[in-house]
Design a binder for this molecule. Structure first.
Ligand SMILES: [Zn+2]
Length: 257
């Protein structure tokens, strides 16, 4: 680039300077160049290094900041995760606890239901059992044709005043004078079977009274058409025609004597 005075020193000088430096003092220059270059290189290197270092520092700083931020985020995330995990663990533990409580409650309920059901079945079985109407029965006449007509029941000889008992659970449906039956009670049981107790000396129940197996109902006697003190027993399934009480009792697991 030419100056107004025609000189182009900067270029020449620069060139000369460079040539001189190169030619005149090669060793020195070499050293200088070396130094210069070295210095430059060092400077460059240093600068670069510095720049790099700065960059690195900056990068490192940035990285550090980023890392710190990332670490903070990670820590935060981890904390949140821990909290979630903790909450999840608590929630899970709570859930398991509730589940266990529900299972235990269900088990208790089921056990109580089984117990109640078993108790109900036991009570029902007890209520539905059948027993003899008289203790120490002395069978004197069976069911069947007798004196030209049907003897519709069993006769059990017994002293007047022998206690009589309901044969199962039911209700007294008749109680009073039964004509040829004398004093008679009818009990309608839970399965619809109706029993007649005839020739009684004493009736100690009233119509509508609930009875259970073995409930005392009155005393045997010799009232009505009777040839001697005894209990005349008839069984009427579903309140219909009389059947042989012997077969009926056997069928219902009741032992006579
Ligand atoms: Zn009879």
């Amino acid at each position: 680039m030419a100056n107004p005075d025609g000189q182009s020193r900067p270029a020449r000088n620069t060139s000369h300077h460079l040539v001189r430096r190169v030619l005149v003092g090669p060793a020195l220059l070499g050293l200088g160049i070396a130094t210069t270059f070295s210095g430059s290189a060092i400077a460059y290197t240093a600068g670069g290094t510095q720049a790099l270092a700065v960059g690195a520092i900056n990068a490192a700083a940035t990285d550090t900041a980023a890392a710190q931020a990332a670490a903070a985020r990670a820590e935060s995330a981890e904390l949140a995760s821990r909290q979630v995990a903790s909450r999840s663990a608590v929630s899970l533990a709570q859930g398991q606890k509730e589940e266990r409580a529900r299972a235990e409650a269900a088990a208790r309920k089921a056990a109580a239901e089984r117990k109640a059901k078993a108790l109900k079945a036991k009570r029902l079985a007890a209520a539905h059992r059948w027993v003899m109407p008289i203790k120490h029965p002395n069978l004197t006449s069976r069911f069947g044709p007798r004196w030209g007509r049907l003897h519709a029941g069993l006769d059990f000889g017994a002293p007047v005043g022998t206690s009589l008992f309901a044969m199962s659970s039911g209700v007294v449906t008749k109680a009073g004078n039964g004509g040829g039956y004398g004093n008679k009670i009818e009990i309608t049981y839970w399965d619809g079977t109706v029993s007649y107790f005839a020739h009684m000396s004493e009736i100690d129940v009233k119509v509508g009274q609930q009875v259970r197996p073995g409930t005392y109902v009155g005393k045997s006697g010799n009232t009505g058409q009777s040839t001697g003190p005894h209990l005349h027993l008839e069984m009427h399934p579903k309140g219909g025609d009389p059947v042989d009480p012997m077969a009926w009792l056997q069928k219902h697991g009741v032992k006579i004597g």
